[in-house]
Design a protein around this ligand. Sequence first.
Ligand SMILES: Cc1cc2nc3c(=O)[nH]c(=O)nc-3n(C[C@H](O)[C@H](O)[C@H](O)COP(=O)(O)OP(=O)(O)OC[C@H]3O[C@@H](n4cnc5c(N)ncnc54)[C@H](O)[C@@H]3O)c2cc1C
Length: 534
Amino acid sequence: MERYNGWGDKDVVMELPDTAGLLLRQLVGAGVPRRDCPLDEFLKKIPESRLDDHPLISKDPHKRMIHSHGQSLPDWVAMRSGTIGRFVDGVAFVNSEDDIREVIEFCIKNKCAIIPFGGGTSVVGHLSVPESERPVVSVSMKKMNRMLSIDPVSRIAVFEAGIRGPGIEDSLRPHGFTLGHFPQSFEYSSLGGWVVTRSSGQQSAHYGRIEKLFAGGSVITPRGMLEIPVFPASGAGPDIREMILGSEGRMGILSRVAVRISPVPEKDDFFGVFFPSWAEGVRAVREVSGMNLPVSMVRLSNPDETRTNLALASGGAKKILLDGYLKLRGISEESGCMCLFGLTGSRQTAGTGKNQLTMLSAKYGGVWLGTVMGDTWKKNRFRAPYLRNTLWDMGYAVDTLETAVTWDRVTDTMRDIESAIKGALEKAGERVHVFSHLSHVYSSGSSIYTSYIFRLGPTPEETLERWRPMKQAASRAIVENGGTITHQHGIGIDHRDYVEKEKGRLGVDMISSVCRGLDPSETMNPGKLVPPGD
Ligand SMILES: Cc1cc2nc3c(=O)[nH]c(=O)nc-3n(C[C@H](O)[C@H](O)[C@H](O)COP(=O)(O)OP(=O)(O)OC[C@H]3O[C@@H](n4cnc5c(N)ncnc54)[C@H](O)[C@@H]3O)c2cc1C
């Protein structure tokens, strides 16, 4: 059963070693656990629904509560403390394209707003309920979770858009194929959600981001069905497929998705390397990004993240052993940077790739640790988010943010983001622990993924008052460095104010006019991506 106020399965708990608690106390101070709002108390706060009855729409308070938030930091504050404030008036559980059409027609006729709901894993406010006189309907895609067809010759599979990561892989595996899209939210996020938020999987260096995997499909808009046929390539004017990518539920409901699939690889291994310093690590991964290696993942942690990961993951004897070995090999605890490489492909290409990577790592002073750390990472690759539950219970909030910049700006941007976050909380007399890694490398640059941990405030409002200046300062640092406001999480509401800086006024007008063209009554997820009425 899914938690009503946190991440994932209620029965999965990620314990932290004692050393982690000690480290956090040293770094940011003692966390004070805050009171969670119990479910029954929460449900009493939900106002009467403003909707007329409809057979496809549930007004059950628990379902309305679950569909009124995602996983952003403000969502977490609201769901843990019971201060969600605004709730959807009903949840439509659609099971077919006809159902979607019917719900959209009902909502237009009754002047309701619609928020499409995939897996509910948005981290930037895509699912926030707008303040509005209009009733709001969440359209859950959960039941639309079937594979509709697979063409092994053209390597195209078609799915209903509500299918989640495990369902996709379970459907493809018996045919010898994989989609290979593994965001960390894989277990809960949906195919439709991935497409409309321009998601990036952990192994996108091999399989490609969702932009590459999304081949076509259908979108049900308030003005009718938009079919996007599958072509190997096309020169027929601007690409409608590209317009749906990143549309965040503003243009309609993605009902069917055709994806490009790959044969299950013979080898899919992850290797750990320690570089003596950040500068050497960056030089190494930059060189990798320009080579034609079968690399599926590159993840270079800065020294702070390296130390934090080791403390959170193991502590104790294992850490002492590893520290001792690395010291012997000339890697210091203060400056060492852990790097994980994924190698994916045939036995032969992966083998050759491994030899080349080992040599390249050695060239930059890297200590090759084989698959030990990589295997642990692979086993826990979808488990790390459970730490957020554990940390919150201990009185600590965790948030993450990300960008991508060209290589000349990578290190400066990372430093500017980290110091902006630190500086913003200092003013409140609090400390924050910030650390980063490069998560997706390209020949032209890299994404930067920053995490920050700080103490919960005495009240939900105070926690938000601590978070907001940090998020704003980091966002400003990103755009001032010429970075994109998001490499993979999307816009939602948290990044909306920074879109114009990136796309220009004319660019924002283009997006708004496509939204208006498909949805003249502003029924679809109003206020997300671009401001309402824009
Ligand atoms: C712990 C954690 C780890 C994460 N890791 C990653 C990661 O590695 N890579 C990454 O890219 N992202 C990651 N994310 C962010 C998030 O998982 C992605 O943005 C994901 O693509 C959202 O998919 P979803 O199905 O949960 O969509 P939701 O959160 O339900 O919705 C997101 C947006 O998409 C719209 N939408 C959903 N389905 C449809 C549809 N069928 N038609 C039209 N609109 C729709 C919604 O209206 C909303 O605007 C992570 C989030 C969490 C909480």
